[in-house]
Design a binder for this molecule. Sequence first.
Ligand code: NAI
Ligand code: A1CAB
Length: 265
Amino acid sequence: MSYQKIAIIGGGNLGAAIAQGLLKSGFSQAADITVTKRNTTTLAALQRQGVQITSDNAAAIQGADVVLVALKPYNVREILTEFKAAFNSRQLIISVVTGVFIDELEAIVGHGLPVFRAMPNTAIAIEESMTCICQKNASPEQVNWVTSLFNTVGVAVNIEEKLMDAATVLGACGIAYALRFIRANIQGGIEIGFDVRTANLIAAQTIKGAAELLIRGGRHPEEEIDKVTTPKGCTIVGLNEMEHQGFSSSLIKGIMASYDKIITG
Ligand SMILES: NC(=O)C1=CN([C@@H]2O[C@H](COP(=O)(O)OP(=O)(O)OC[C@H]3O[C@@H](n4cnc5c(N)ncnc54)[C@H](O)[C@@H]3O)[C@@H](O)[C@H]2O)C=CC1
Ligand SMILES: O=C(O)[C@@H]1CCC=N1
């Protein structure tokens, strides 16, 4: 089993970020990656690094061992159906498309191919993605290969397909939620005296440190919060005020709104 040639169909935000991550991590050589897009001008940076850039989906699919689909949910069925004759029985399919089921993809590409759904996030470009994976028709070796691909560009976990929408919200939308949280910290930091660059650095590094405390320590956030909240101190006063204003509640409601949007379309 040799999965060397990877065709990324749909070189948008995520497709291009995945190509970038595969290159930076050394998982793939530039010459083994093909990225397709209708208008390829935005992919010039990848092209300069040696990645094959084309608008010819049929040729890209035909020449690939692995077809990674990064199209929008609203046109993925139509586009894959148009190019279904280009797939062959030796390929492995990975879709990062939100809300499109493995059974639908399998029905289009045919051949009983191993079909994976993966939900990474845009931090894949810097090898720091959180990627949730599920699959059908795949051998343990194929599962290991796809898992190792996503482990090279971050951290991968295998889940059941019924949790893929939840994974989309927590892991992929989660990048935007975290960045908005950092932005609010920057705005507060400026109000208490910092210039924007310094506030940006302090906010981002502090949040990175908080995340690392959980990841490396394997802890629940409240254990670490207890270490910061001096009795009668300024942290607990700020935290309680945030909660009085609905901080946790607004985050949970936002997560539920994103989830409902995926479920109801
Ligand atoms: N952006 C994100 O953070 C994440 C996105 N996703 C999913 O990944 C998929 C892609 O999302 P984005 O990259 O954000 O969208 P995008 O719109 O940036 O990328 C889709 C790309 O497909 C291209 N395209 C359209 N028709 C094509 C065709 N016939 N042939 C080749 N390329 C064509 C478009 O030009 C566009 O560049 C979506 O299904 C999304 O739900 C999943 C996880 C995270
Ligand atoms: O907003 C969206 O629909 C896509 C899916 C996850 C991240 N971006």
